[in-house]
Design a protein around this ligand. Structure first.
Ligand code: 3HC
Ligand code: NAI
Length: 697
């Protein structure tokens, strides 16, 4: 089916872009537009042309589904299309509604006139994909809106509502109601008034001191986005627009664009963009699976996690019943939630009125009789199977049929929890990350018997509550924590071998992590990992663990909450201060092990940590616990502070080359300390490396 419709309305031709979902400017659509233009030129009855978009967008820009395929490069390119529009012998009017982004806006800038509906979202979001507007956006936008505004839009990628452009040359008219009708009327008027074929490219960029402003913008872009080259390149392209004749500016934009597309940072951002969308799709769950309605929720346990989980529902306007065992615990939980909202109000993110409105959506209770009608219940009680059993047996009794029963367990077997009920099909894991009201990640644990519609509904719910939902199968630690355990083991081994906790933290923070493993452990509570290790020592006597973290815990140094862990902390402060007590403890421990400390390079530290993640990630992939490598990356980007500009552990490994990863692991295995079997490449990793392939295809 053609991706454009062509119709004549009296003496005006209307070309309607029709490439759902958002009229991405793929090859078919580009071809259709050029065809439409040719037809209109050939028809002497046609005096003017209107271009608009069908459905929910004027155009969302280049078709992202075409990225990295030959179609992206096939003629007519977007440049060719825009040139054809601009060179049309009959005036072309863009009728913009809903969304005009990226290439969509660039196409509109090639038109002779633009009519926009109020409320339309206007943006050049390319920078978010690590690129820049590559079809003239950096050259034309500064010619129609003030230089500051154009620079802000291009460097931030943020959308601006059409009505904000009143008084600029971007839109000739901003109208309420049917924009196509308005554009038709405008086109007729333009012809009648003989307004000619004005081209944006012919306009001058007006600014008192463009050079100084752009130099300032360049410095800011470099310092703010230091790990991302695109924002600075955006400013350089705008500098070219100011300094050079139009065609030369276009050439410079192209050059910068082609460079950026190849950067690992852009690949990482595009990987994350697609990864986020891929994560919401499950191959054996059809996209049209009917969802269960989620209009109300209940949360069991108002502790660290329960409070934050309740806030997520409330923030999305979903009323919550919050259940605790004792009034004191309930009061404490509610007070924490209120304090969090009040802090947001203090920072100007909401009004005190909003605080009250949100608090009014939470109904505290001590009785299960009050929660039975909730559409979903999330359990966040102590991490202890007998307690979970008691709660789930009770939920099975009281919840209405069809309610989703979710558990926030971080380590326990979701299948076993489901088996405590007579409706295991309704049970699912929703593993939130702390602080649950802030962290983007929601690991969704699909039990053996979880129904497809329960999974689809939970994935949709993750969007409603503005989380990135990623599906995991059932295994100890699920995807994220199972991998992080191997990372922590390596961190511990490296301290035994000679690194200090602060060297390990510094090396991985320099690589881009938000926080190194020891600072992170101090923040989360060292006792959490200790508890898990004690269980491991019983269940997996075959597995070796470095013992330094246990020794820290034996001293009661549980981290920030006890004022000391791998570092020490001043009362009420979060700055990690190296502590000679810890240095001494490490020194004695090395002596006990008979280890002569050696100097480890930052490179060794970083790659032992990352490849520990990668090897476990490969096992998880092979076992089908994760559906795709990008899901693992999304988990690490949104839940573990992995640097976005590197795209996640699996993409990082791909970019290193899996053959090189395996070789490096062989080097690590030659180290006599630790557990040499640790570095046996997962069979999937070994196979991909041998075949010259990568995790992400
Ligand atoms: N091409 C093709 N499909 C697109 C698309 C695009 N440019 N943008 C979004 N989609 C798809 C999404 O993948 C999604 O598909 P799915 O339902 O199969 O998962 C569907 O459209 C709906 O997307 P959202 O869920 O994001 O819907 P919203 O209504 O919330 O938002 C949007 C719509 C504002 C267009 C938003 O999707 C968006 O910001 N898209 C990215 C736009 C973008 O980055 N454009 C620049 C492309 S680069 C470019 O133009 C290069 C040029 O300068 C040369
Ligand atoms: P917490 O100890 O802060 O809170 C648990 C709350 O549950 C307490 O307020 C307690 O009074 C209440 N509770 C206990 N038994 C109950 C019962 N039978 N009925 C009603 N309420 C009951 O614990 P936290 O940290 O909030 O953990 C809760 C769950 O979330 C655990 O399964 C944990 O593994 C998981 N989790 C914790 C994370 C964290 O960082 N703290 C991260 C991700 C998951």
């Amino acid at each position: 089916m053609s991706q454009t419709q062509y119709a004549t309305h009296g003496d005006v031709a209307v070309i309607t872009m029709n490439n759902p979902p958002v009229n991405g400017l793929g090859h078919g659509l580009r071809t259709g537009i050029v065809e439409g233009l040719r037809r209109a030129q050939a028809d002497s009855a046609v005096k003017a042309i209107v271009i608009t978009g069908a459905g929910k967008a004027f155009s969302g820009g280049a078709d992202i589904r075409e990225f990295n395929t030959p179609a992206a490069l096939a003629e007519p390119s977007l440049h060719t299309v825009i040139r054809a529009i601009e060179g049309s012998a009959k005036p072309v009017v863009a009728a913009i509604h809903s969304v005009a982004m990226g290439g969509g806006l660039e196409l509109a800038l090639g038109c002779h006139f633009r009519v926009a509906a109020t409320g339309a979202q206007i943006a050049l979001p390319e920078v978010k994909l690590g690129i820049l507007p590559g079809a003239g956006g950096t050259q034309r936008l500064p010619r129609v809106v003030p230089l500051e505004m154009a620079t802000n839009m291009i460097v931030s990628g943020a959308p601006v509502k059409s009505e904000k452009f009143k008084g600029t040359k971007l839109f000739d008219e901003i109208v309420e109601g049917d924009v196509t009708e308005a554009a038709l009327a405008f086109a007729r008027k333009a012809v009648a008034e003989n307004r000619g074929l004005p081209k944006v490219r012919d306009l001058k960029i007006e600014h008192e001191d463009a050079e100084a402003f752009l130099q300032f913008s360049l410095n800011t872009a470099k310092s703010v986005a230091k790990n991302f080259p695109a924002p600075a390149a955006c400013v350089e392209a705008i500098q070219a627009a100011v300094r050079l004749p139009f065609e030369q500016g276009m050439a410079r934009e192209r050059e910068l664009f082609l460079h950026l597309v190849q950067t690992p940072e852009s690949k990482a951002l595009r990987h994350a963009f697609f990864g986020e969308r891929a994560a919401s799709k499950v191959p054996d769950v059809p996209a049209d699976t009917p969802l269960r309605a989620i209009k109300s929720a209940a949360v069991i346990g108002a502790g660290t996690m329960g409070g934050g989980i309740a806030m997520n529902f409330v923030n999305a306007g979903i009323p919550v019943k919050l259940l605790e065992m004792k009034q004191e615990a309930l009061d404490r939980g509610l007070a924490t939630i209120r304090k969090n909202y009040e802090n947001s109000a203090r920072k100007g993110r909401m009004t005190m009125d909003d605080v009250e409105k949100r608090m009014s959506l939470i109904a505290p209770t001590l009785s299960y009789d009050d929660i039975g009608q909730a559409d979903i219940v999330v359990e966040a009680v102590f991490e202890d199977m007998p307690v979970k059993e008691q709660v789930f047996r009770k939920l099975d009794e009281v919840m209405k049929p069809g309610a989703i029963l979710a558990t926030n367990t971080s380590t326990l077997d979701v299948n076993q929890i489901a088996a405590f009920t007579r409706r295991p099909q309704d049970v699912i894991g929703t593993h939130f990350f702390s602080p649950a009201n802030v962290m983007k990640l929601l690991e969704i644990v699909r039990g053996e018997k979880t129904a497809k519609d329960v999974l689809a509904t939970t994935l949709a719910l993750s969007k409603t509550i503005r989380k990135t939902g990623v599906v995991s199968g059932v295994c100890d630690g699920f995807i994220g924590n199972r991998m992080i355990e191997q990372y922590s083991r390596q961190a511990g081994y490296m301290v035994e071998e000679g690194a200090s906790p602060q060297q390990v933290d510094r090396a991985i923070e320099k690589f881009g992590f938000a926080m190194g493993p020891f600072r992170m452990s101090d923040l989360a509570g060292n006792d959490v990992g200790w508890y898990i290790r004690k269980r491991r020592y019983v269940e997996r006597p075959d597995m070796k663990y470095p013992k330094i973290a246990d020794k820290i815990c034996e001293l009661g140094r549980f981290g920030q909450k006890t004022g000391a862990g791998f570092y020490r902390y001043e009362p009420g402060k979060r700055d990690a201060i190296p502590d000679p007590v810890v240095d001494k403890l490490i020194e004695e421990h090395r002596k006990e092990l008979g280890l002569e400390p050696r100097k480890l390079s930052d490179d060794e530290i970083v790659h032992r940590l990352i490849f520990a993640l990668v090897n476990e990630g490969a096992k998880i992939l092979e076992e089908g616990i994760a559906m795709r490598a990008s899901d693992i990356d999304m988990i690490y980007l949104t839940g573990y502070g992995f640097p976005l500009f590197r795209g996640g552990p699996m993409l990082y490994a791909d970019q290193c080359g899996l053959y090189n990863v395996v070789n490096r692991m062989k080097d690590f295995a030659a180290n006599p300390h630790g557990d040499p079997s640790f570095w046996t490449p997962a069979p999937l990793l070994a196979k991909l490396a041998a075949d010259g392939k990568s995790f992400n295809g």
